[in-house]
Design a protein around this ligand. Structure first.
Ligand code: FAD
Length: 439
């Protein structure tokens, strides 16, 4: 069936909800606040909540509208994935660090589910489990070793599914079997955001939207002056939570983060309403799904079980019919039964990476940062924002293993990722070679 271009909505599927995604107030921006947070996504809100509940006055400054960055554009998969495998981490950083990081990812996932429950956030969260399809026999063997290690050493509930049994997970012949991890789930990205916004509002946090931070300067006596396009505000504590939307050279303050964080475009499509029965017939386990390709694809049923959402890296800045066709072909390559599918939604957004491919919480020149969740920020952003604030307040004696020095800057890089086309070509080539040699 040809696509009807007029039926495609180029905006996130998640935005069509009844709950407000913005704070309605007409307060003037204060001249001073105990804490100023730059960026109104999951990271900023998580830090804000801890500070506010500790009795601090908290102001969030958001350049666009709250959540306009990645936090209402993601796939809603709550994996807290760590880009390097446990084996790769162990080789580079040692076994203790690798164990600690994988344990913290598990704790962060549990904490997110508890948070929704205790705060009464109806984010349609479900602990569905996650199926990671192997893109070759070699990848299947690698995943088997990883699953053994995660299960036996760290108690993370995962197991292998052979190619013969794969149709119990997904009715596709695209994979060579895969790994199921049971402690991973998915939520509705905007319903989570709306619930979170309600909680911080109740805690007294004020969000000033459509206000861009331009610079952050030392105050002559103490603290910092945060200079925005709508005036300046004095703060004792400043958190920068701009992540993949850190922006270009127009904002002086962002230089330090910009040189260390690479924004990578990711794009998503959502099919038309297939109905629960058809989706279930294709995805019997109704899990979150991904694969082992370097240029990975992630997909899932929408929280109501009626549609399929699929996303992948790399896209034009603005979504177009080209983006739709690229992702639709990916979907059909996994589920050829959907050759007649129409696409109702398509959008893009930025995810952030650093050189180490591991999220970092750090302080530089008296400013606190948390960034670079490598495409897995639905869990990490909230966890790291919370940890950052607890650490600044001295509320915890269990600092995150992600806390430390700032990630290294990238050579010849100032925020324009000119090298990405080469990286994509190289990764694409590796994916082809893997399937050709080991498939
Ligand atoms: C298409 C896509 C799919 C994804 N899928 C998943 C997934 O399935 N699972 C998963 O775990 N993660 C996923 N992610 C990643 C996840 O959404 C992010 O890691 C997470 O939302 C980051 O939250 P944040 O608060 O750090 O940043 P953001 O939500 O991006 O917030 C940063 C905010 O800072 C604001 N800002 C920037 N500069 C300024 C300034 N100068 N002044 C004021 N404000 C400023 C921006 O406007 C923006 O709203 C996906 C991301 C995208 C884009």
């Amino acid at each position: 069936m040809p696509l009807d271009p007029l039926r495609i909505a180029y905006r996130p599927y998640w935005w069509d909800i009844d709950e407000p995604l913005r704070q309605i107030h007409d307060d003037p921006m204060p001249g001073a606040s105990d804490v100023v947070i730059v960026g109104g996504g999951y990271t900023g809100m998580a830090a804000a909540l801890v500070f506010a509940r500790a009795g601090k006055s908290v102001t969030i400054i958001e350049k666009s509208t709250p959540g306009y960055g990645a936090s209402t554009r993601n796939g809603g998969i709550n994996s807290a994935s760590i880009r390097p495998s446990h084996g790769e981490l162990e080789k580079q950083w040692g076994r203790d660090f690798a164990d600690e990081l994988y344990k913290e990812a598990s704790a962060a996932r549990i904490d997110l589910a508890d948070f929704c429950e205790t705060e009464g956030i109806d984010a349609m969260f479900k602990l569905t489990g996650w199926f990671k399809g192997a893109m070759s026999g070699k990848h299947y063997d690698y995943l088997s070793r990883e699953a053994d290690l995660l299960q036996s050493r760290l108690g993370i509930p995962c197991r292998m599914v052979s190619q013969a049994d794969q149709h119990d997970e997904i009715v596709s012949d695209r994979f060579y079997g895969g790994m199921v991890e049971d402690d991973i789930g998915g939520f509705h990205a905007s319903k989570f955001f709306a619930g979170f916004l309600r909680i911080i509002t109740e805690a007294g946090v004020k969000v000033f939207e459509k206000t861009a931070v331009e610079d952050i300067q030392d105050h002559p006596t103490a603290g910092k002056m945060v200079i925005t396009d709508k005036g300046s505000i004095h703060a004792d504590i400043v958190v920068v939570a701009t992540n993949g939307y850190t922006g270009g050279a127009e904002h002086k303050f962002s230089r330090f983060l910009r040189q260390r964080t690479v924004p990578i475009r990711s794009s998503i499509i959502v099919t038309d309403d297939l109905g629960v029965e058809r989706v279930k017939a294709l995805m019997p386990a109704m899990r979150m799904y991904g694969n082992t390709a370097k240029l990975t694809t992630y997909f899932r049923p929408t929280p109501d079980g009626r549609r399929i959402l699929l996303g992948a890296r790399g896209a034009e800045k603005e979504p177009s019919i080209k983006t739709v066709n690229f992702l639709r072909n990916r979907l059909i390559s996994i589920l050829p039964q959907l050759a007649d599918v129409h696409i109702d939604y398509c959008w893009t957004g930025n995810v952030a990476f650093n050189r180490q491919l591991i999220p970092r919480i750090f302080t530089h020149d008296g400013i606190h940062y948390s960034a670079a969740y490598a495409g897995s920020g639905t869990v990490w952003a909230r966890w790291c924002g919370k940890k950052l604030a607890e650490q600044v307040l001295g509320q915890t004696n269990a600092p995150s293993v992600l806390t430390g020095s700032a990630p290294a800057s990238l050579p010849f890089y100032n925020g324009q990722p000119w090298f990405l086309p080469m990286v994509y070509t190289w990764y694409g080539l590796q994916d082809h070679i893997n399937e050709w040699r080991h498939g």
